[in-house]
Design a binder for this molecule. Sequence first.
Ligand code: NAX
Ligand code: K
Length: 503
Amino acid sequence: MFIVTAKEMYDIDKFAMQEIGLDGKLLMENAGRAVAEKITAMSSKQEKICVLAGAGNNGGDGFVIARTMMDQGYHIHVLQVVPDSKIRGDASFHKRIYENCGGSLSLFDGIDGTEVLDADIIIDAMIGIGVKGELREPLLSLVSLINQQTKKVISVDVPSGLPADEGTVEFSAVEATYTFIIGAPKISAFLNHTSPYYGTWELVSIGLPKKAFQLSTSKSIWNETNVRDCFPGRKPDDHKGTHGKGLVIGGCTEMPGALSMTLKAALRAGAGLITGATSEHVINRIASTNVEATYAVLSTTDGFINNDSKVNVQDYDAIALGMGMGRKAFTSELVRDVVSEANCPIIIDGDGLHHIQPYLTSLKRRKSPTIMTPHPREMAMLLGANVNEILVEPFRYASEFARKFDVYLVLKGMYSIITSPEGKQSVNMTGNPGLAKGGSGDVLTGIILAMIMQRQDMFDAICNACYVHGKSADLLIKHQHSHHDLLASDVIDGIANVYRTIS
Ligand SMILES: NC(=O)C1=CN([C@@H]2O[C@H](COP(=O)(O)OP(=O)(O)OC[C@H]3O[C@@H](n4cnc5c(N)ncnc54)[C@H](O)[C@@H]3O)[C@@H](O)[C@H]2O)[C@@H](O)CC1
Ligand SMILES: [K+]
């Protein structure tokens, strides 16, 4: 499923019309009908439905929805929220057809909004991706009236007033119960501060050609179909070497658990052989519960690993670096050496991100892929930016960072964004608030480590890992646990449930 900005959506519409020959009125008919079908499935003919129609094509969709539902015997009234003179083009065409069919219509007087107060269901087709700046009156007051109601509000394409793109914090918008998104979800459906406005959303298809999307956007949702299409299988003659030999470097006296969880997650996720490189103290603490792993002892100062013993990084297919290693200055040297000496893919996570921050440009010199897995605060630290700036524009920050330092980036969050060094982006939709706990990131790193050592494309492997991590938590919440009690170690055990459902 593709994800678009407003501009990309307009480019797709333009391509469909100019290059493919699809007519705009037909696309609007498809959009309105597709949304009407969804709404009829969730409403009854006894309910009073008020369609709020704006001047642009979003309003045009509203007129098609109204006509389609009226024909089926629904109790429909259109409240046009702009004067007649403003309705143009395809929207005006569909308004005329609605009226010719005898549809009931009135003009919003800008004052009382009786039709809104009387309705059981409000269909919001005032403004879609064409919103410019903050809402103007009288729509601003109308939106505030709508948001005070407890009735079902169904937005068409985008809740009116909400920007389709990232980067805007000042806006007023309809708080929808449901949104039926047309053609492709817009970026604002995946941002912490804008996604709640959509309510529950669903995509409706209107016949736009796939080619138009492929030419216009490199952003998509990573879903179960993607996973099934590229998930690595196991062959009967496989041996432990076939599934990769991974090294996990990290841990300190105060945080032995982080390393332990990465090791265990990597093994559960399918790695052939896993070695933990850490202090003797940490090994003594975790070895009895991680019996399948092997270990390499690193020298320490005050319980933190240092560079004196030199880690052998040559014999591995992939390395995970940083979990629970602490932020002592002498550990930085070890991180830098591993990054420059290893000629296999490296995942840098947790404290490793802090150590590499002053040396980010060195990552460009690596011949093998580098994967970085920051959460927004770590991303802010890497960029020297404010965390709120990142949260408001995560797609842009992620894309610029990945391109600039030639890395694969997993920007973790409610919707984790995976970005390739070329700027291709996928959003992972699995996962739930139960994952907002210590250790969750260490588990993800272990799964990524296992995945990138299997036979699959690097970007696909990272996306699959994020999917498996979130899906494990989702299945656990569904059957055994709650958001409150779910632990990172449960997520490791839950990997088995995910693998059983996808393989
Ligand atoms: N071929 C197409 O282009 C299709 C477009 N579709 C629909 O068309 C929408 C985009 O249509 P448009 O480009 O006409 O734009 P919209 O209909 O989203 O919005 C434009 C209207 O909003 C008003 N407006 C913008 N900012 C405002 C503000 N701050 N305060 C008050 N009024 C404001 C403008 O004056 C204009 O009348 C999509 O969201 C989708 O719903 C669908 O019909 C499918 C096909
Ligand atoms: K809308």
